[in-house]
Write a new protein. Structure first.
Length: 600
């Protein structure tokens, strides 16, 4: 019986060994977790309970294996522990322990795994900082960029340099930047450890500076009388100099002053030296010696009239005689003690405004004064017209204007202020803002009225940075610009308005006045109707003028006047062709019609 039991145990052991492979269908169980640093070793131990089991068993086989030797390898092992080595950082790698053994005559297996985390032993870069965030270079120049890498104990503190536009700026492996051509580029410094940390410097490359080598003036010696002016012109060499700006100065401005454009003004007798210096830092300059003769002051001033009697709306030309004739500075200043009675222009033209008495004074630079007493009377036996109302004005304008601020049809308002009529708005512009109440309308007592546009003519003035717009009238009889603008009341209550131009002017900072007047457009065939009476529109006349080559051609023979854009008359006569004109803009008047033409 005892022998039978021994045999049966042996048979059962053989059967267990034969069929032991079938037990691997079950998944391995997690036995624990472990850590190991990259390049270092660690030991994984079986739990004490398993070690005791194996100690009282006959171990048939065991193995310790890594599921990914790229991260963890088993360097040595026993049935109770395994020594592992970290190869590359990872958050999860498995090491398996498999064992088969016999205990108490029964066949058993162990199948466990340990989760192993391989930690990095390196310190990553967290920040890269350049010594410059932006820079401006000139062609051919260089700039050394330096980089600070943080933390200071980072394992790999190397950096890589690159340029976004190597045709503009090149950077070498040490951070030395070379400016090659004008333009923009971004230099990037990136950590080489793969952390992604970087910093940039934005570059602008300007053309290489060419300094002024010499300056030449067209005059090196001047002799002037006090009060005279002359323009000095400077030539800068080489012509390719980067900065050709010049600074003008005088070592004795009380004798000779010089403006920023090189204009020399003689003040008093003596000598002075005018300097013209380059502004690019080259130190180059040129000089002109100025000698000024004695200043001759005015000794007497006389007007052509001591007393005047005028009717409202009349004008008179005051003329001034200054002696001696060779007086250096003949500048005059006009003044009025009652500007409501009369007005005087810069050339001495007196305009009677309203009934009363006033005195006009004229003064020289050395305070010599002459005066004229003016008495203004109302016109007798006249019938005054009620001009007040809101009007719609229909008109034509010259075709082909390069610029036009205002439209053909516009609104106009005339107001009665203390028995005086003022045009207070036109083209939507408030004329009271620039003309002391508006355009003063002087009633002539015969159904007509006159505006003195030498005094009242500003349409719009929005400041020195914008054009000033003003009204101008051309006198057909005198073939010259007029100071008077005429209105006539028709029997139906509409107003016939004299043809007028709108001109624009630009502010000159140097002379501190409005200059360079350009005629914007000509308005003609104007008819003003009160709003209640409706709008009367006059159609455009058919075009009979054309430009061929540099000639103005007419369809028929006309009485013709041609004006430049600045108002200067360049032709007057009867013809069907005008040839030989310079290139530019012209106003053509023919058969009581107007047209603006451009000769290119």
């Amino acid at each position: 019986m005892r022998n039978f039991c021994v045999v049966m145990r042996f048979v059962m052991l053989i059967l267990a060994l034969m069929f032991s492979g079938g037990q691997h269908v079950f998944a391995s169980a997690k036995a624990g977790e472990a850590e190991v640093y990259e390049g270092k070793t660690a030991t994984i131990y079986l739990a004490d309970v398993y070690q005791r089991t194996l100690r009282y068993s006959r171990v048939l086989s065991y193995s310790w294996t890594s599921d990914n030797s790229s991260y963890v390898i088993v360097t040595s092992s026993t049935q109770n522990y395994a020594r592992i080595k970290g190869i590359k950082p990872t958050s999860s790698c498995k090491v398996y322990f498999k064992c088969s053994y016999v205990i108490d005559g029964f066949y058993r297996t162990m199948d466990f795994y340990y989760t192993v985390e391989v930690k990095s032993t390196s310190v990553s870069v967290t920040r890269v900082s350049l010594n410059r965030s932006s820079a401006q270079l000139t062609e051919g120049s260089t700039l050394q960029l330096t980089a600070d890498v943080y933390p200071t104990n980072a394992t790999n503190r190397n950096v890589n340099w690159s340029s976004s536009n190597t045709s503009v700026a090149y950077v070498d492996s040490r951070g030395l930047v070379t400016a090659k051509n004008t333009g923009s580029a971004t230099i990037t410094c990136r950590a080489a450890d793969g952390s992604g940390c970087s910093d940039v410097c934005r570059l602008t490359v300007e053309p290489a500076v060419v300094y002024v080598s010499s300056i030449s003036l067209d005059r090196t010696d001047l002799s002037l009388n006090a009060g005279e002016t002359i323009q000095l012109n400077a030539a800068v060499y080489p012509s390719t100099a980067t900065n050709k700006s010049l600074h003008w100065s005088s070592d004795n401005p009380s004798v000779a002053a010089v403006a920023s454009d090189g204009t020399v003004t003689a003040k008093y007798s003596g000598t002075a030296t005018v300097f013209c210096k380059a502004q690019d830092g080259s130190g180059e300059y040129a000089t002109c010696r100025v000698s000024v003769d004695s200043y001759i002051e005015p000794e007497a001033i006389v007007l052509n009239a001591d007393e005047l009697t005028l009717y409202e709306g009349e004008t008179f030309q005051l003329k001034v005689d200054i002696s001696p004739e060779e007086a250096t500075d003949k500048t005059l200043v006009w003044m009025i003690d009652d500007e409501k009675v009369v007005n005087v222009s810069a050339d001495g033209t007196v305009t009677a405004l309203s009934e009363g008495c006033a005195r006009i004074f004229v003064k020289t630079v050395n305070e010599l004064v002459a005066s004229c007493a003016v008495t203004v009377k109302k016109r007798a036996d006249v019938v005054f017209t009620d001009w007040s109302g809101h009007y719609i004005v229909a008109s034509n304008h010259v075709i082909g204007n390069p610029t036009q601020e205002y439209s053909d049809d516009f609104e106009m308002t005339i107001e009665n202020k203390n028995d005086s009529y003022f045009v207070t708005s036109m083209f939507g512009e408030d004329l009271t803002a620039y003309n002391d109440g508006g355009f003063l309308l002087l009633d002539n007592g015969d159904g007509t009225a006159t505006i003195d546009i030498s005094y009242y003519n500003i349409l719009k003035s929005a400041g020195k940075d914008f054009p000033l717009y003003a009204i101008y009238v051309f006198d057909e009889d005198d073939n010259d610009w007029s100071d008077k603008w005429h209105f006539r009341m028709r029997d139906d209550g509409s107003i016939m308005i004299e043809d007028f131009y709108v001109a624009s002017f630009a502010w000159n900072e140097k002379s501190e006045k409005w200059e360079n007047g350009m005629l914007e457009t000509l308005y003609y065939n104007l008819s003003a109707n009160k709003v209640s009476a409706g709008i009367h529109t006059i159609g455009e006349e058919p075009c009979c003028v054309r430009v061929e080559d540099i000639s103005i051609i007419f369809d028929d023979v006309f009485s013709v006047c041609v004006f430049r854009a600045d108002g200067a008359l360049v032709y007057s006569g009867t013809t069907d062709c005008i040839a030989g004109l310079d290139k530019g803009i012209y106003i053509v008047r023919y058969d009581d019609k107007y047209k603006k033409v451009i000769i290119r």
